[in-house]
Design a protein around this ligand. Structure first.
Ligand code: MN3
Length: 386
């Protein structure tokens, strides 16, 4: 029996993890979970899965759970997330599907108690990749990706020598606005942006897909996960989202991983790696029905966020934190109709170029430094756009 400690159970990835548990109740048990603000969904999950421990973000929601389910251990806030990540059970697997920078500390808590982390929270690696991977190495634990592109590369590298890799090529669907020119982006709405052509995901990542920041994050994620220099990490537009990424080896051989667009496959592979055992959940790929696959250059001029992400990782140190915090706040403002779509890009660019952060670039990157710069960036932007 594998006991899952699931951070972010009411989100899109969390819901798909629950699907996998339902399919194999004899293999998986939900031991602990956290949720954000969806108290109704959280109550349903407690009722259905009878976990030992539940964490709410707000104390108020924690009390609601406690009242209804007095036998369940209940906690809340950031400390609670770390309790879920380190929850004591026999065969724990920690899945981090939180959204945003809040995912970093629970990842580290899990690593510190010697647990492998099944990682869907890309911000963990974007802002803390250096520290997280070093700590994982020190503790001898694995970081297993739950992201379709990184799962593809992880599958393709299995049994191969990383030194034989010429480059990896991460595919991008292009997001909701892939066929629009920059002029046409001027007045697009939140509803347009949330309408992703291939994937059904949470709102934050769907907006990140439309701005291409998601792909920028994924380049950084790959850099740390596979310990590859940025010049070995390439990207390409592939509108069908059938090929989830490529690995090109030094001898010219190029491998692709293909499947229908269903996150339950990368989640299942992560949890059951290296097994490809049967599942009913994932729709089979019918190549005749697909017919044709398309590939196009992904231009940094058309999608400047991709360039900002590459620039942030080149500058290193605190810059990926600035990139992420600015993006998180900007996407939040856009989802509240406070700014226009293209303002997201402007806010990120302004933050990266803001000289007030320069003083943080000296000295090594540390967790306290990440936390304080993260907060400072948020305050700076929110004061301006309130
Ligand atoms: Mn992805």
């Amino acid at each position: 029996m594998i006991e899952l400690c699931l951070l972010g159970a009411t989100g899109s990835i969390g819901g798909q993890v629950l699907d996998l548990i339902r399919e194999k109740r004899d293999v998986y048990r939900l031991a602990a979970f956290s949720f954000g603000h969806n108290i109704n969904k959280a109550l349903e999950i407690v009722e259905e899965f009878e976990p030992d421990l539940v964490c709410a973000i707000e104390e108020f929601d924690a009390n609601v759970i406690k009242e209804k389910f007095p036998k369940v251990k209940v906690t809340f806030g950031n400390k609670g997330l770390q309790q879920v990540a380190t929850h004591d059970c026999l065969c724990p697997k920690v899945i981090n599907s939180l959204v945003g920078a809040v995912g970093l500390l629970p990842t580290l808590s899990a690593i510190e108690v010697g647990r492998d982390v099944y990682l869907a929270n890309k911000e963990t690696l974007v802002i803390g990749g250096e520290i997280v991977m070093a700590k994982a190495k020190e503790m001898g634990v694995k970081i297993i990706p739950i992201d379709s592109e990184h799962s593809a590369i992880f599958q393709l590298l299995n049994g191969n020598n990383i030194d034989d890799v010429k480059r990896i090529i991460i595919t991008a669907s292009g997001g909701s606005f892939r066929d629009k020119t920059r002029d046409e982006l001027e007045n697009v709405t939140k509803e347009d942006a949330l309408n992703h052509p291939n994937w059904s995901m949470g709102s934050k990542i769907t907006i990140d897909s439309a701005t291409m920041m998601n792909k920028g994050f994924e380049l950084i994620e790959a850099h740390y996960l596979f310990d590859l220099p940025m010049d070995k990490i390439d990207y390409i537009m592939h509108k069908e989202s059938i090929i989830h990424s490529f690995v090109e080896f030094l001898d010219g051989s190029v491998f692709a991983q293909m499947a229908t667009s269903d996150m339950r496959l990368p989640i299942k592979y992560a949890l059951e790696y290296p097994s490809h055992s049967y599942t009913e959940l994932v729709e089979r790929l019918d190549l005749v029905k697909v017919g044709t696959l398309h590939f196009e250059e992904l231009s940094v001029n058309r999608f400047p966020m991709l360039g900002y992400a590459i620039e942030a990782i080149k500058r290193g140190n605190i810059y990926p934190t600035i990139l992420n915090a600015a993006n998180e706040v900007a996407v939040g403002l856009f989802l509240k109709d406070k700014i226009k779509f293209l303002d997201i890009e402007n806010i990120v660019k302004e933050a990266l170029d803001n000289p007030i952060y320069e003083k943080f670039t000296s000295g090594d990157l540390t967790i306290p430094k990440i936390m304080s710069v993260d907060e400072l960036v948020r305050i700076q932007i929110l004061t301006k756009y309130r």
